[in-house]
Design a protein around this ligand. Sequence first.
Ligand code: UDP
Length: 246
Amino acid sequence: MGDKVMTIVQGALLTTGKAKAVYATDDPNVLWLHSLNQATALNGKQKAEISDKGRLTTQISQQLFRFLKAQGIVTHFQQAVGERDVLVTALDMLPIEVVIRNYAAGHFATRYAVPMLTPLSPTVQEYYFKNDALDDPPLNQSQIFALDLATPSQLTQIEAVAQTVNRQLGQLFEAVGITLIDFKLEFGLDATGALTLGDELSPDNMRLIDQATGQSLDKDVFRQGTGDLRDGYTTVLHRLTTYLGE
Ligand code: UDP
């Protein structure tokens, strides 16, 4: 789909996370991400091997990154190099998880005792410190600055990009009969210092509800043990591919 084709050689394994293995390449500005067939929840306390999951998350993420790139969002996505392998721009990641919520769910619903799926106006934006040992505690703006996790201008930019991503993804999912409930983004700086959307965009880090059936099409199915998450992920991928093309 018009991605620039590069010849890149996979290098050493740099790190293995909960859902991905990260490899170096022969270009220091490019990383090779390999999605694992693994699902985790509760900060890794709940874990399972699920065949084909890596392909599904990679393909969905690829569709969403390409879509956002086409809308002018600066992202790390460069090109696919296999069913569950992609090349991305190497980023110096900010240790902040940005959560956007259009409807109450998950922690927001329980923490504030709001009925599930209550519409939220304005859209809620939250920050968490990406730190497994501390269980990703919440952050506000002054905490982010005092801890030197981002500068005020970076945070202003993050907020603007997150709102645009929410609008664009919300419209895209609406067009395929899916409601975007909430999602998480992560940002980093590229070699020139440009703020860039990184990480992954898949039902592993967003809540999606099928408008026709009210069914959850995301990782909540795994978190709550209510079925096979691959069913929902397959539906999401199929609808996106039908709408956006291969
Ligand atoms: N999320 C994520 N990684 C995290 C925490 C949350 O991708 O470490 C996503 C999650 O999938 C959901 C949104 O962020 O789409 C909001 O999650 P919430 O804070 O409600 O936490 P949860 O109840 O999912 O643990």
